[in-house]
Design a protein around this ligand. Structure first.
Ligand code: GRG
Length: 319
């Protein structure tokens, strides 16, 4: 995803060990995790950990355990999410639930979370563990709130924002606050700036994800959310600006409206509106990053540029 990473950060990412090991667990559980949900993906969360760590002067070798915890937590949530969505495919591979069963996928996700607890407790920073436990609460609550909205057309903008903040932004925010907590120049102001930066980045990321959901007509994942009975930012905007479409949209919720002529023009307009909204969140992230930059050291100019490059990349609606 980010092809403009400094050499040393790229090396940290390439060398990041994402194999789950446990001498205590039933051996099949790590084995199946290692060949399903732990493979592939953009590794955005570890990337954030490493970049923010270097910017804030954290010893590089300290960040790997937290980057691993971030990706494991993300992967555990994906394992459970695929059960809830009854999904067969993720990242062009069979999902964990499709490889085993729903019951075993839930258990394997739980095992990953247990590994996160074990490994992070070995790092000995209770505040960081406390923050991550709150993130797990957010992930669960976000998913719960999303379930409340499934099959409903009258979902409010605030509800979608709340879900995005909990499901997507909370973990990205944690990746940034870890660096603030470990930094030799840590202050409450820096911690808050990192929290806000990650939150705004995460909300923008979710909005762009929602736009991309409508990007390739004919692609197998086109309009995935709507076909699963879920409103997202794009469709909520479409409905707000075209209340006359309420009945048609309600009738298609759960099926999709791939090539329906009544939807095309309005859909494109709403994708553009959400792009503008996502830019507002990216602007807020950039503003917060100005504060973070004040705490950065001179050796990390390349990482500062990478974060700015990431924001620019997202402005171009790419993930
Ligand atoms: C067990 C921790 C845990 C949670 C259970 C199911 C659930 C509660 C939460 C689901 C949270 C979820 C799936 C959020 C989606 C966030 C999101 C935007 C995922 C896509 O992230 P990318 O694009 O994915 O970074 P890759 O594939 O690149 O890793």
């Amino acid at each position: 995803m980010i092809d403009f990473l400094p050499h040393d950060v790229n090396k940290q990412l390439v060398n990041l060990d994402l194999i789950v090991k446990s001498s205590r667990s039933v051996p099949e559980i790590p084995q199946i995790l290692n060949r399903t949900v732990l493979l592939g993906g953009k590794r955005l969360r570890p990337t954030l950990c490493f970049l923010m760590g270097k910017i804030l002067g954290v010893e590089p070798s300290r960040m790997a355990a937290f980057a691993r915890a971030a990706e494991f937590t993300h992967s555990a949530s994906l394992a459970h999410d695929d059960v809830l969505d009854n999904a067969n495919q993720r990242r062009q591979r069979k999902t964990l639930n499709a490889e085993t069963s729903n019951a075993r996928a839930v258990l394997a996700g739980d095992m990953l979370l247990a590994r996160v607890m074990v490994e992070l407790s070995e790092e000995g920073n209770v505040d960081i563990i406390h923050d991550l436990a709150l993130v797990v609460e957010d992930l669960v609550s976000g998913e719960w709130l999303q379930l409340d909205a499934r099959g409903r057309i009258d979902v409010t903008w605030d509800h979608l924002l709340e879900v995005a903040q909990r499901k997507t932004a909370s973990l990205m925010s944690w990746c940034c606050t870890v660096a603030a907590r470990l930094s030799p120049v840590s202050t409450p102001e820096l911690l808050e700036a990192c929290r806000a930066f990650g939150k705004n980045l995460g909300i923008a990321f979710q909005m762009i994800d929602d736009i991309i959901d409508y990007e390739e007509l004919g692609g197998k994942d086109y309009s995935k959310d709507f076909k699963e009975g879920l409103m997202n930012f794009v469709i909520a905007d479409m409905l707000k600006n075209n209340p006359q479409l309420k009945v048609a949209l309600a009738n298609h919720l759960g099926q999709g409206f791939d090539d329906e002529p009544w939807a095309r023009a309005q859909l494109e307009a709403s994708k553009e509106n959400i792009r503008v909204q996502s830019k507002m969140y990216l602007d807020m992230a950039e503003e917060g990053f100005e504060t973070i930059k004040r705490f950065s050291n001179n050796d990390s100019v390349d990482c500062v540029q990478s974060i700015e490059g990431l924001l620019e990349f997202l402005r171009m609606r790419k993930l």
